[in-house]
Ligand binder design. Structure first.
Ligand code: SME
Length: 161
C-alpha cells in the first residue's frame, strides 16, 4: 500500500474544516446508515490516506464490523475490549499514541501503530457505533484530530438513530 500523505497539524485542521460542508452535502437526504457510513469512511480515507478507517456498530453486547476502507479487520469486539470497546464503554474519544503500549489493544494488522476511536451517539446519547482509525505512523493523532473527527461524526449521528 502507498505511504500515507504527510499532513501537518495545521493542514489537518484545514482539511477537517473543508470536509465538513462536503460531508454535509454528501450525506444530506441519505437515511440509510450503511450508505452513509460507507461514504463517510471513503471520504476520510481519500483525504488522509490512513491505514484503516471504518465503523463498528453496537449490536447487543458486541461491536460488529460495519462499512470500512482498508485491509480486512476483526469482525466482533466485546464491550470494554480493545481501543474500540474502551471508547464504547467510556463514551469518549480515545487516542492511542502507540498501540503496543495500550493494554488489551486488538491487533487486526501489524501495520497499525497508532489509533483514534470516536463514539457516535443516538438521540438518547447512547453509543450506537464507533469510528475507528488506524495509522501506520506512531503518535499520528492529536486533539486536532479528536475535535475534527467529533465534528464530522456529529453530521453522521442523526442517520444512526
Ligand atoms: N485495534 C482495534 C480493533 C479494530 S482494528 O484496529 C480495525 C481495537 O483495539 O479495538
Amino acid at each position: 500500500m502507498a505511504a500515507p500523505p504527510i499532513i501537518s497539524a495545521t493542514d489537518r485542521a484545514t482539511a477537517y474544516a473543508a470536509l465538513e460542508p462536503q460531508l454535509r452535502e454528501l450525506l444530506r437526504g441519505e437515511p440509510d446508515p450503511v450508505a452513509a457510513m460507507a461514504n463517510f469512511s471513503a471520504a476520510l480515507m481519500h483525504t488522509f490516506g490512513w491505514h484503516w478507517v471504518g465503523f463498528y456498530r453496537v449490536v447487543g453486547q458486541e461491536l460488529v464490523l460495519g462499512p470500512f476502507q482498508g485491509p480486512v479487520a476483526c469482525a466482533r469486539i466485546g464491550y470494554g475490549k480493545g481501543v474500540c470497546g474502551t471508547a464504547w464503554k467510556e463514551g469518549r474519544t480515545v487516542l492511542v499514541a502507540d498501540v503496543d503500549a495500550f493494554p488489551g489493544h486488538i491487533a487486526c494488522s501489524p501495520h497499525s501503530r497508532s489509533e483514534i476511536v470516536v463514539p457516535l451517539h443516538d438521540a438518547m446519547r447512547r453509543v450506537v457505533a464507533v469510528l475507528d482509525i488506524d495509522s501506520s505512523a506512531l503518535n499520528d493523532f492529536s486533539d486536532i484530530d479528536a475535535r475534527g473527527l467529533e465534528a464530522l461524526c456529529a453530521i453522521l449521528e442523526p442517520t444512526l438513530g
